[in-house]
Every structure is written in C-alpha cells, then in structure tokens.
Design a protein around this ligand. Structure first.
Ligand SMILES: [Fe+2]
Length: 314
C-alpha cells in the first residue's frame, strides 16, 4: 500500500462509479452521462476492475485511458497487470463464481495488450478525494485488502476499523457490486455500485453516484443509468462467455448469489430507487470517538424486506 496516496480536489460535483467489467456499451453511456452533466474528467473517479465479465476488455480499457478519468486499482486490474492466472476476486473455493471466473478471466487475460497490462499494474491502490471540506479515501475493497467484500449489511464494526486505519472522513469503495451509503460514527462508507453489471435488483440498470458539495454538507445522489445492454449481452454470446452473466445484463438478476450476505440474497430482484441523501456538516467526525452510532442511509430495501419473500421475477 502507498504511504502518501495521490490527491484530487473537486470544487464542484464529483462522479463516482465502479466496475466497467469490459462492458464497453455501459462505459460509453457513463462517459456520455458525465458529459451531459458537465463533469470534467478530473472530477470522475472509478473504483477499479476495468476488465472482467463482459466481452470487450481491450476497447473498454482503451476508452477509460482516453477519457483521462481517475482510476484506482481493482483486484482484476492488479491480477491482469501481473499476468496472474486467476481474477483474485476472493470467491470461495469450488463456488459457482470461482468456476465461472475461469472463463471470463482467461478471456480478458488473452485480450489485453502488454501496454495495457503495464498501465493496470501501475494504477494507484488508493486515491484521496478532497471535496466539500472532507477527505475521502477511494479504494477498491478496503484500505487493508483490495478484494475484501464490504456490503451494506456487513458489520459496522468492520467498517469502523477500516475507517480508523485510513484516518479520513470517509471511504469510497467498490468490489462488491452493490451500491449503498452508510454513516458510521459520523464517517462515511459509500459504494456507488458498478456499471458493468446490474445491481441484482431485477432491472438492467447500472449505478453510479454524484457527490455534490453544498453549504450544509455533502449531498450524495445514487443514480441509475440505462444503456445498450442488449448489444453488450450479444457480444458476450458471440464470444462464448458465461451465459448466466450475459442473461444478467438484461434480467438484472445475477446467475448466483455465492458472495452475498443473507439480506442481500433475500432482496435479489427488488428494484432499487434512485435517491439523494445528505451527509451534513454536523454529522462529520473524523475522530473515532466523535459518534458511535451507524446509519444505513440508502438503500432502505434491506430493512424493509428482511422478512419478505423475493418477487416472482427473481
Ligand atoms: Fe473487484
């Protein structure tokens, strides 16, 4: 891990997203959305994993590089950069995710250039985003582990330990593929979701976030993005990539839930609603002792559906 992470300063809205996953159509849509919102490349941050499940790793990496946006290294970027044999996602041994990763990872590994490999290898593990008077550490998994899955329902104590470790006002993380925003003792854990796969919510939409500095604090908008998922799925089928992930691009339902905690499993197929939440100045506390409570600001689907059954399309 780096001792002094690179810093970027945003004096206006910042756009955060994760997981392009070789999904060229979604990456194009995200960049078009950023242009529509007039957000400059230096205020756009990706939480990593540029090449993964989908069919166009080289073109996706090329587009990301051309765009000039800020990227932290994901586990797939690290592994591809090193020419490793596996994706390093941290899937359980013998799980369906692990078996499927043999196919998509080896495909990505065959299709990227030596130049791209070097570029991926040199991506920073952490970048600090300075926005609205706050310092936010952007990482892929956690500050301590690149492939650690942190979900909305992961224990707050675990998040608190990582926040203590990093010494910032908050953490912007990726890797798990599902968006959420939580306040832990006045500090932020935010995951914008990914653009390369849907959020397992039964819709084809993918997710990104806007962080908007305001007088009263930082506003965080979870936003859904529509894109040409039919073409992305068709490209996967042409390349004989796992059908379950190709189907997921349109159905919005992941082919398996191996990695998910129980409440995230139970809410498969429940459509998320875009939302705006506030992280007010009075709630900020970089000191571990400032506040002790934790609040999941979004989504509310986990508490609402804890005892529900999944909808029929799940
Ligand atoms: Fe990852």
């Amino acid at each position: 891990m780096q001792n002094t992470p690179p810093e970027i300063k945003a004096d206006g809205p910042a756009l955060i997203f994760g997981g392009p996953y070789s999904n060229l159509q979604a990456t194009r849509a995200l960049l078009a959305e950023a242009k529509r919102l007039s957000i400059p490349a230096e205020h756009i941050v990706c939480t990593g994993d540029l090449a993964a499940y989908c069919a166009e790793p080289a073109a996706t990496i090329a587009l990301m590089r051309e765009s000039g946006i800020v990227v932290v290294q994901g586990n797939c970027d690290e592994q591809l950069g090193e020419g490793a044999d596996t994706c390093g996602c941290g899937f359980a041994e013998g799980s369906a995710c692990e078996r499927l990763s043999d196919t998509w990872y080896s495909y990505a590994n065959r299709h990227i250039s030596t130049t791209d490999r070097h570029w991926l290898r040199d991506l920073p593990y952490r970048i600090d985003l300075l926005i609205g008077g706050r310092r936010l550490a952007v990482v892929h998994g956690t500050p301590s582990t690149i492939n650690q899955f942190i979900f909305a329902t992961s224990p707050s104590d675990l998040k608190r330990q990582e926040l203590d470790l990093v010494g910032c006002d908050g953490i912007l993380g990726g890797h798990c593929g599902l968006p959420f925003t939580e306040l832990i003792g006045g500090r932020l854990w935010h995951n914008p979701g990914v653009i390369g796969m849907p959020a397992n919510d039964g819709t084809a939409r993918v997710w990104y976030s806007l962080l908007i500095p305001e007088t009263s604090g930082l506003r965080i908008e979870h936003r859904a993005l529509d894109y040409d998922h039919q073409t992305a799925a068709r490209m996967m089928e042409l390349e004989n990539l796992p059908q379950g992930y190709a189907d997921a691009l349109s159905s919005g339902v992941w082919p398996n839930c191996d990695i998910l905690p129980v409440r995230e499993r139970r809410t498969q197929g429940f459509a998320l609603s875009p939302s705006s939440v506030a992280w007010t100045n009075v709630a900020v506390g970089r000191s571990p002792s400032h506040h002790t409570s934790s609040t999941l600001l979004w989504p509310d689907v986990y508490s609402e559906t804890l005892t529900s059954t999944a909808p029929s399309n799940a």
